[in-house]
Design a protein around this ligand. Structure first.
Ligand code: 5AD
Ligand code: SF4
Length: 457
């Protein structure tokens, strides 16, 4: 979601004359868009700010000002503290106020006019009653084949380990029409795949044109009718919002990809309860079974936390058992990280870091094997691959299979943006290597010689 937000911040700043550049050292404004989800991510902010301070001071010698802004969830959580610890920061803004960036830039520019002193930083970490989406410009600078689109934000679930309900605010859904219009503009800029985003994306319940609540399953069907959209994905979901509509959509809607990221966090009911997840191992497995009934080739991904307070060896073993039962095609796993202000942070029975390391190692080993097994099972098969961008090597294109695997092929650039049937030849680490089937077919019917395989006819 930070990738999406960063792109939208660029859109907001374009009308007042800013364009993106690749070199922080030559920028008039630098925005750090930050993540607060785990301590490691948060910690990076201050070290990164130290680096930016040098850039700012160097440019000041040439009488050039650099506006430094800290955006995102660390900004939301720490607010004034950032201005205190890093007085050279000009703007601190939360994830729900970036539509007001032009106003903040104007205020910061006025405050920072005296080139050699730091201005008093501008702080805007409100949760405004009117949504930022109602104020963002229509124009989007995004150009690409696979595009993110935020449809839902915030969270009311309050898992005991998580900062999101505090930093992103209460759950809300964007109206259907606004989403459809944004999707159409993304298509005009080259998008073929739309990835719907939300912290609880499947809790989506936005209003349609007739003010009727619309489920995510229904929204996906509406988006699939938009000319030019060939694929739809969504992330991240909560098991309790995996309703029948959505499960059925996986079986019926051809544009909805057979891949789902459905975080379970733990395979122990005791830990799930202590996490306030409000689902059980059994209910999670039931959802997986329903999904596979609806779409038998469904590939699954998840998030796992090891070392949550009170997690015993038995609890951890239950997580391993769940992984072995479900068989994930990929997954993310983390050591539990204490977050300020969250209930789990002050729970007794915190797990020592060495034990977290050990468990993470074991868990990731099981997950890695499952991923390799899943990828290897596709060798010799034909996958549908959306070719998204050029690779590092000449005539190499990179795409994603319907199961969200990265696939490399050798093919001319004009194939970018198309979905191709790809013969999978081998697996290298987490990447599949393949060749576009139409070329192989051409050879079979004698239109092409062996040595031109993989090139344009
Ligand atoms: N410690 C470790 N992992 C966390 N996550 C969220 N909060 C924490 C935390 N305090 C993980 C969860 C979530 C993912 C986005 O980040 O697994 O699904
Ligand atoms: Fe955090 Fe997701 Fe739980 Fe919400 S549902 S509190 S975003 S882990």
């Amino acid at each position: 979601m930070n990738v999406y937000d960063s792109a939208r911040m660029a859109d907001v700043l374009a009308p007042i004359g800013f364009t993106s550049c690749s070199e922080a050292g030559s920028a008039d404004m630098i925005i750090l868009n930050t993540c607060h989800i785990r301590e490691k991510a948060s910690e990076k902010v201050y070290s990164e700010l130290g680096r930016l301070r040098h850039i700012k001071e160097k440019r000041l010698l040439d009488e050039e000002n650099t506006i430094i802004a800290v955006a995102g969830c660390v900004a939301q959580a720490e607010g004034e503290e950032i201005l205190r610890r890093a007085p050279y920061v000009d703007i601190v803004l939360g994830p729900q106020t970036y539509h007001r960036l032009p106003e903040m830039v104007a205020r910061a520019a006025r405050a920072g006019d005296k080139k050699n002193t730091y201005g008093r930083g501008v702080l805007d970490t409100d949760f405004p009653t009117s949504q930022k989406f109602d104020h963002l410009p229509n124009e989007s600078s995004f150009q690409g084949v696979s595009a993110f689109l935020s449809v839902q934000e915030g969270c009311d679930k309050f898992c005991t380990f998580c900062v999101v309900p505090y930093t992103r605010g209460a759950e809300f859904s964007r109206p259907v029409e606004q989403i459809l219009n944004e999707a159409k503009r993304l298509v005009e800029n080259g998008a073929k795949e739309i990835i719907l985003l939300g912290q609880n994306v499947n809790a989506y319940h936005g209003l349609d044109e007739r003010e009727k609540e619309t489920s995510l399953g229904r929204l996906i069907n509406r988006l699939s009718e938009v000319d030019g959209i060939e694929r739809v994905r969504y992330t991240t979901s909560h098991p309790n919002d995996m309703n029948k509509d959505l499960i059925l959509a996986h079986g019926q809607q051809k544009k909805l990809m057979p891949f789902l990221h459905l975080p379970v966090q733990s395979g122990s009911n005791k830990i799930l309860q202590s996490m306030n997840r409000r689902h059980s191992v059994e209910s999670y497995l039931d959802i997986i079974s329903d999904l596979r009934k609806s779409r038998p080739d469904m590939a699954l991904s998840s998030d796992f936390i090891v070392g949550f307070p009170g997690e015993s060896d038995e609890d951890f073993e239950e997580t391993i058992d769940l992984i072995k039962e479900v068989k994930f095609s990929q997954a993310y796993s983390f050591k539990y990280s204490v977050r300020p202000g969250t209930p789990a942070g002050s729970m007794a029975e915190q797990v020592p870091d060495e034990l977290k390391d050990e468990r993470l190692f074991v868990l990731q080993d099981v997950l890695k094997k499952q991923q390799t097994e899943f990828n290897s099972s596709k060798v010799g098969k034909v996958l549908k691959v959306l070719l998204e961008k050029s690779g590092r090597h000449a005539s190499q294109l990179i795409g994603r299979s319907q199961y969200n695997q990265a696939v490399h092929v050798n093919a001319p650039e004009y194939n970018l943006g198309s979905v191709q049937d790809v013969n999978i030849d081998s697996v290298l680490s987490h990447t599949l290597q393949g060749s576009i089937k139409k070329y192989v077919k051409d050879i079979e019917v004698g239109q092409r010689s062996e040595k031109t395989q993989g090139e344009h006819v």
